[in-house]
Design a protein around this ligand. Sequence first.
Ligand SMILES: NC(=O)C1=CN([C@@H]2O[C@H](COP(=O)(O)OP(=O)(O)OC[C@H]3O[C@@H](n4cnc5c(N)ncnc54)[C@H](OP(=O)(O)O)[C@@H]3O)[C@@H](O)[C@H]2O)C=CC1
Ligand SMILES: O=C(O)[C@@H]1CCC=N1
Length: 266
Amino acid sequence: MKITFIGGGNMAIAMIGGMLKQGFSTNQIHVVDPSEEQRAHLSHTYAIECSSPDQPLLPSDVILFAVKPQQLQAVAQSLCAQINGALVISIAAGVRADTLAKWLDAYPRIVRVMPNTPALVQAGMSGAYATSNVTPADRALTERMLAAIGEMVWVENESEIDGITAISGSGPAYVFYFMEALQAAAHAQGFAPDVARKLAYKTFEGAVKLALQSEDDAATLRKKVTSKGGTTERAINALETSQVRTTIIAAAAAAAARSRELGEES
Ligand SMILES: NC(=O)C1=CN([C@@H]2O[C@H](COP(=O)(O)OP(=O)(O)OC[C@H]3O[C@@H](n4cnc5c(N)ncnc54)[C@H](OP(=O)(O)O)[C@@H]3O)[C@@H](O)[C@H]2O)C=CC1
Ligand SMILES: O=C(O)[C@@H]1CCC=N1
């Protein structure tokens, strides 16, 4: 399988890094990016071949669009004549498959994927939607690629990709936000930055590990930490009073709405 990434930014790097660690070889991956500095960085770090957008595409089984949603129309139209029967995958937030198909002169075989950056450490979570002309072999190709960077689910309705974007696509940023806050809290308790970081990160690691291995749901695990009249109860009460739970749900809804909006704008 040969894959050409169109765009070598943050998400492409996370996918490529994860794929290379999981058995893909450097000659299976090619990247097109306009920045000479970015191409040099990718070639140097991952030993993969990179080219600029004005050079012809190399023959590929998969052409994966990893540019910003606002860049996708111009980029897709400029490459339309060079798709040559490859499976087209787009990871751009919001942009609908039929919109991309139109920019590619009614190209029929398109899969929309919403990955996330933990792909870099093979702990990614991706959602995928296939248009009706995507073949079983195309699905298998997509699954092979996504299995290398973590877990994946197929969705039947394209609109579900907006929800996936809001939860697992953007989700790592919400988690990092909470980690930043916990680290700041540790610092406020007088711990040095390196100790504060360790306390916060290891607490996340331990809680996630426990939740993944436990038969208890998250609410039960939380209650097991919360002694009656104790310290955790005070903290959880403060979170509830500040409506943190409601705010997280509203934040994810705002992300899903932005995904739909990006679809309307494109
Ligand atoms: N970051 C994330 O966690 C996730 C991102 N996504 C989606 O992935 C896509 C990429 O996001 P992200 O990696 O964060 O963005 P980046 O801006 O980091 O990467 C996009 C890259 O595409 C390059 N580019 C611009 N024009 C062209 C062109 N003509 N040909 C080839 N490459 C080009 C950009 O170069 P330059 O900067 O010079 O313009 C940039 O290096 C977006 O559509 C986003 O919605 C999906 C899931 C998660
Ligand atoms: O913020 C964004 O728009 C992209 C999509 C999901 C994560 N990053």
